[in-house]
Design a binder for this molecule. Structure first.
Ligand code: AMP
Length: 572
């Protein structure tokens, strides 16, 4: 059997294994088609069986005392964790994750994996690095190199074609994961990448945003149920946290989220229901201080590296929580440049470790080709006017350049006059804040229902892999939706009426499925099955799965939607 070197991002929340094939790094989908594996180990105290990854995470709610998470936080400490039938050192627990990743990857690739590159945070001290090497050895692996996570991320961007015109050798890596935040400034001198300064907060991450929102939802629940003294039990807390995380993720792509949850719990024989509409703006004000804390640390690191923000040539985003627009906004404001996010922030570090592995064995690494939007895409709004013509000229971006496709993003805009009859939606692409400097793609009229000034209109762009953009305009609070399809390559707008008219772009299917899964008339089992398929599908999108796999999942999703619609017709 052939032997290959793999790169492993051994994370606090999730881990990823990747390898270099024909000069390109690939994350290996080791679990149900996804490469992102929860860094969780669970034991059966009875027979001593062990689970790792998704299955271990699923057991956590039922068997918290037999399940371990966040093992990375313990690395390098002289401590034992009593779990299942035994007691384990942190490196032993980490070795279970590494062994699982290597074995599953080996099965997938049909190759032996005995050499690995493992990444660690830049701030890891000697003891923590040694513990990581030991974990690899205990897993039967030869750890050929330990690489700093930000360095691995920078290595990936070395191989991404960039049109960023900068001579600066300094890169800032901003890594906001589930439970930790790290930031590093790296100096690039050809092949050599040196970490000039790094800092972070080991207790700050996406989870804190979830908890903030969970607190808000609990207050809403108390208010709606008229139970001011309600003390949530573990099951209610876990459900609220889960709802909060889903809402947070959804708000990264759209301006509002509607939460309708029934029977979250029972009080005096009465079900606890929750109905909340939350806007991104509200979510951002609930969590503003968390983003501010990360920015304080960014400022500290810049100071330590003796650099001004303007001297940074490139900003790299790592970690799932960097998908939040508030993070992009804060960074773009400080650095006055767009952030590099064309590589999946969940996979970037592992891909870098795989590249490092390839470089060690003398493989050549090619330029990574990405499916990203070449230009920013947005609409004309009235915020600024052209000084020469006095006409409105503000370009409001909806999908930013270098965003991975397929993608769907929505933004909210407001009408300007009472009883405004219509909006002319004018679509442009380009990077200038003025429409007159960008390329017009097309325009269409959207008739409005009579409403007072400043009523909200949501504009959603869904960009698929064929270069088609489905635009959906929705007047909030009215049954007034219009959809058009825009062919970016032909610069043509086609009015398509309702969703069924044209082949439905991918994220609409997921969106439709999510909506259908909320339908109370569907049996619970069907709703769960829809959500399961949607999750696999969305993870596959995030993991950048190939077209054949995406088509397969799309078919599966469409099939279950057809079935659900049949069920609904039957009950009607
Ligand atoms: P990581 O540790 O890098 O896997 O990041 C996990 C964190 O990223 C969790 O807190 C997730 O809720 C968060 N996350 C993943 N996707 C998104 C998204 N689209 N918007 C906001 N947060 C996200």
């Amino acid at each position: 059997m052939k032997s290959i070197v793999c790169g492993i991002d051994l994370g606090t929340t999730n881990s990823v294994i990747a390898f270099l094939k024909d000069g390109f790094p690939h994350a290996i989908p080791v679990e149900e088609g996804t490469a992102i594996v929860p860094s969780v180990v669970s034991f059966d105290p009875g027979n001593g069986s062990r689970w790792v990854g998704r299955r271990a995470r699923n057991r956590r709610a039922a068997f918290p005392q037999h399940t371990v998470t966040s093992i990375k936080r313990l690395m390098g400490k002289d401590t034992m964790t009593a779990v299942g039938r035994g007691s384990f050192r942190p490196e032993e627990l980490s070795s279970f994750i590494l062994k699982y990743l290597a074995e599953r990857a080996s099965e997938q690739l049909g190759a032996r994996i005995d050499q690995v590159v493992i990444t660690v945070p830049a701030y890891f001290d000697d003891a923590q690095r040694r513990a990581t090497i030991q974990a690899g050895e205990l897993a039967g692996l030869d750890v050929v190199r330990i690489v700093n996570e930000p360095t691995a991320a920078a290595l990936v961007y070395d191989h991404v074609p960039s049109d960023l015109d900068t001579d600066s050798p300094y890169v800032l890596v901003y890594d906001l994961g589930g439970g930790t935040f790290d930031v590093a400034v790296i100096e690039i001198k050809g092949e050599i990448k040196e970490v000039l300064a790094s800092s972070g907060d080991t207790a700050l991450g996406g989870d804190d945003f979830d908890e903030r929102l969970q607190g808000y939802l609990l207050e809403e629940l108390k208010r709606q149920a008229d139970l001011p003294d309600l003390k949530p039990d573990l099951s209610l807390s876990v459900r609220l946290l889960d709802i909060a995380e889903r809402a947070k993720i959804s708000l990264s792509d759209r301006p509002y989220v509607e939460i309708h949850e029934v029977a979250l719990g029972m009080v005096d024989g009465r079900p606890l229901n929750l109905d909340v509409e939350l806007s991104r703006t509200e979510f951002e004000s609930l969590t503003e201080d968390l983003v501010d804390r990360t920015m304080d640390i960014v400022a500290e690191v810049l100071k330590e590296a003796h650099l001004e923000a303007s001297e940074i040539g490139k900003l790299i985003l790592v970690g799932g929580a960097t998908r939040m627009p508030a993070v992009h906004g804060a960074l773009s404001e400080l650095f006055e440049q767009t952030v590099a996010h064309s590589v999946d922030p969940d996979l970037c570090v592992a891909l870098g470790a795989a590249i490092q592995g390839g470089l060690i064995t003398g493989d050549s690494v090619g330029q990574i080709l990405l499916d990203v939007t070449a230009h920013s895409l947005g609409i004309k709004t009235l915020d600024t006017v052209d000084p020469e013509t006095g006409e409105p000229d503000c370009f409001s971006t909806i999908i930013r350049r270098n965003t991975r496709i397929p993608v769907s993003r929505a933004e909210v805009f407001w009408t300007v006059a009472d009883g405004q009859e219509k909006i002319n939606v004018e679509v442009f692409q380009g990077e200038s804040p003025s429409c007159s400097q960008n390329t017009p793609i097309g325009d269409f009229l959207y008739p409005l229902e009579s409403a007072p000034a400043s009523s909200a209109v949501t504009v959603e762009f869904a960009y698929d892999r064929e270069g088609l953009v489905r635009i959906c305009v929705d007047q909030k609070g009215y049954d007034n939706r219009k959809e058009v399809t825009l062919d970016i390559r032909q610069r043509r707008v086609e009015e398509t009426g309702q969703a069924e008219a044209v082949e439905t772009p991918v994220n609409y299917i997921a969106e439709k499925a999510r909506r259908l899964a909320l339908n109370e008339r569907l049996p619970e089992g069907v709703k769960r099955e829809i959500m399961r398929v949607v999750q696999v599908y969305e993870e596959a999108i995030r993991a950048g799965e190939d077209e054949a796999r995406m088509d397969e999942l799309e078919d599966e999703l469409l099939e279950i939607l057809d079935q659900a619609e049949e069920e609904l017709e039957a009950v009607e």
